[in-house]
Write a protein that binds this ligand. Structure first.
Ligand SMILES: Nc1ncnc2c1ncn2[C@@H]1O[C@H](COP(=O)(O)OP(=O)(O)O)[C@@H](O)[C@H]1O
Ligand SMILES: C=C(OP(=O)(O)O)C(=O)O
Ligand SMILES: [Mn+2]
Length: 529
């Protein structure tokens, strides 16, 4: 297919392989030595030095659009427009030395928000990722100029002294030029999270639409559920549910009428994947899917999901229709239930609790969880974090903007909000165990099936959370986390420690503390359990 005119980037058209089919991309990847077909049919590649995102190398160009709107700081780091232009030229000169892959796609399943994307990648596997993860146009049109351009060159390395970056790798968003420039890293997560960050800037400001780091699915009665959570807390795993249609596993918008997926595919964690525990995802590992940083046995080429030699953040990227019961298009009604997933490394929070409106706002803004190993460079074991809106790393605006929109939407629609601890039980990380996936699933199924409507709830003395006393499929004794700790005194101490961490973190949002949030702040109780 004749390619688009890329002369505005000084990219030579004769080097471009445009809109290759999935089999063509796989063939290219294998011939380029990028990867191998495993016995599952899925292509396995290594992404190089980076097997996770590198948040400290993520920048936003300081310009008239971003200057007063972006929440600058540790998350959103400034980059100069002149440095960007120079670096862009260098990256394009690098790409011109060889062939590269160009793919047109779009983001946002709801037509009203549809955003065209042209993805230019140095490797075939990154282009396959873009094909799997973004929405696929029925017919590509090379003559159209899509709104955003993503350029990803893993083998281009910046010179920090000259190029204005921190290290050789970088991911830079330029809102004036509508370009995302990625170099020095082959981790494909940077590509999808680049566009996600763009939409997190545009949708709330320009469309009064809440953008969310969440998965979503919908039941037979049109009852939508959304699952907020930082990486590894279970968005992908828990949204794949044989009884419900999958809307998407990671990035959604909540407009006036609907919840819609930004993407056209899923990016699931593979560590310890088994057909028993996660049948839908296991079955999606087939021809066309892209496995990252996975080990396989050399002779049989069978995938070894338990092997984490390369990273704990092994991944598979597949188009959403690889999940049997995916909703097409990926749009559903506004949610009836919202779950906040937290992987509590303290082992303090209940496996499931119901939140008041004030608590919902408090926990959304707090975004307490543990960073699981692997998704971010340098994180090798669960690390306690407060990630506002359960996705701080991707939010160009101040968290209060997203929280205000959520509050408005909760007021307008009758929504139940639940906190789910998919993290530790029976002790903190190191002593307790990760919550059993089957229990978490049973708790969510009970909520969605209305089985807890008449349940009795106990209030947690410090966090004020309402814990069900019983739930089908779950031993009652685990529902109050204190019961799962052998040493109750230790639980009480750990609870207070966590409560203090919440209070301290919330200090930065002092101006947001309205009456109802004030009432929701955990109350440290010394020796009174
Ligand atoms: N109780 C639990 N709930 C959810 N996931 C769990 C649980 N226990 C273990 N896991 C594992 O944690 C990982 C969750 O990853 P994933 O669903 O991809 O997270 P996210 O989509 O939020 O990044 C999976 O590997 C899953 O098997
Ligand atoms: C892909 C990522 O996120 P998630 O695990 O939420 O899909 C990521 O944070 O790089
Ligand atoms: Mn995920």
């Amino acid at each position: 297919m004749p390619g688009p005119d890329l002369s505005w980037l000084n990219l030579g058209n004769d080097h471009a392989l445009y809109q290759l089919s999935v089999p063509q991309l796989i063939e290219e990847a294998v011939r380029n030595g990028e990867g191998t077909l495993t016995s599952t049919g899925a292509l396995a590649v290594d992404t190089g030095k980076f097997t996770g995102r590198s948040p400290k190398d993520r920048f936003i160009v300081l310009d008239d659009i971003t200057r007063d709107a972006v929440w600058w700081g540790e998350i959103n780091i400034r980059f100069s427009p002149a440095d960007f232009d120079r670096l862009l030229q260098k990256v394009c000169a690098h790409l011109n030395q060889n062939k590269f892959y160009v793919r047109d796609a779009y983001a946002c399943a709801d037509k009203q928000y549809q955003t065209g994307i042209r993805v230019i990648t140095e490797t075939a596997y990154q282009n396959l990722f873009a094909c799997n993860l973004f929405l696929r146009p029925e017919k590509a049109d090379a003559l159209q100029h899509p709104e955003w351009t993503i350029i990803a060159a893993p083998d281009f390395f910046a010179d920090p002294g000259i190029d204005g970056t921190q290290q050789a790798n970088f991911s830079i968003l330029n809102f004036s030029r509508k370009i995302i420039l990625i170099g020095g890293t082959g981790y494909t997560g940077e590509i999808k999270k680049g566009i996600f960050s763009v939409l997190n800037f545009i949708l709330p400001e320009q469309h009064h639409t809440l953008s969310m780091h969440c998965s979503a699915n919908v039941g037979a009665k049109g009852d939508t559920a959304i699952f907020f959570g930082l990486s590894g807390t279970g968005k992908t795993t828990l949204s794949a549910d044989p009884e419900r249609n999958l809307i998407g596993d990671d990035e959604h918008g909540w407009g006036d009428q609907s919840v819609f997926n930004f993407e056209g595919g899923c990016y699931a964690k593979c560590v310890d994947l088994t057909p028993e525990k996660e049948p839908e995802i296991y079955a999606a590992v087939k021809y066309g899917a892209l496995l990252e940083n996975i080990n396989y046995f050399p002779h049989t080429r069978e995938v070894d999901y338990s092997n984490i030699e390369k990273t704990e953040n092994t991944r598979v990227a597949y188009p959403i229709h690889y999940i049997n019961n995916a909703a097409v298009p990926s749009i559903a009604a506004v949610p009836k239930n919202i779950f906040f997933l937290t992987a509590d490394a303290f082992g303090v929070l209940p496996p499931l609790s119901r939140l008041t409106r004030g608590q919902a706002m408090f926990h959304f803004i707090s975004g307490y969880t543990a960073k699981v190993a692997g998704t971010e460079a340098g994180v090798t074991e669960p690390q306690v974090t407060f990630s506002a809106c359960f996705g701080k790393a991707f939010l160009p605006l101040h968290p209060a903007k997203y929280a205000a929109l959520l509050g408005e939407k909760m007021d307008k629609h009758q929504v139940n909000v639940w906190l789910v601890n998919t993290g530790w039980s029976g002790g903190a990380y190191g002593e307790g165990q990760r919550m059993k996936l089957s229990y978490t699933r049973a708790l969510i199924t009970a909520v969605l099936g209305g089985k807890l409507a008449g349940a009795k709830f106990t209030e947690h003395p410090v966090f004020g959370l309402l814990m069900p006393e019983a739930c089908p499929g779950v031993p009652s004794e685990i529902l109050n986390p204190r019961n799962t700790w052998a040493d109750k005194n230790k639980y009480d101490l750990k609870t207070n420690e966590l409560a203090k961490a919440f209070i301290e973190n919330f200090g930065q949002f002092g101006e947001l503390v309205t009456g109802e949030i004030w009432e929701s702040i955990p109350k440290v109780v010394e020796n009174t359990f």
